[in-house]
Design a protein around this ligand. Sequence first.
Ligand code: ZN
Length: 140
Amino acid sequence: MTTQAEYKKPLPRPSNPPHTKPFWEAAKQHQLVLPRCKKCSRYHFYPREQCPFCFSPDLEWVPASGKGRLYSYTIIRQPINPAFAEDVPYPFAMVQTDEGVRMISNVVGCRVEDLKVDMPLVVEFVDATPDWTLVKWKPA
Ligand code: ZN
């Protein structure tokens, strides 16, 4: 796990609209939760104020398995934000969780040359600042 001491650069902060607060609070506790519709029981991601399938506003946050697969990725070699300049090259990845939702994130803990589409991944929490824990993924 990357600690805050390793992140000395000024990082951009994720946006934090109220309906995403459970996701970030769980991440801070190193738990992955996903929004699920109480009416149709389908998971979705990114967090929304109503179900994207049946439009019900009756949603719940459910602990997730923390397992997934690399659905797709690209390698960032020229970051648009200077805060990430020392990280290049790094993967910008789409991870499909075992619950079936796709999440944009990074894969850490392996060389970019070793990434393979459909490789099994497990969630990894990175305490980027005292206030923010980021959800990333690493090889299983
Ligand atoms: Zn629904």
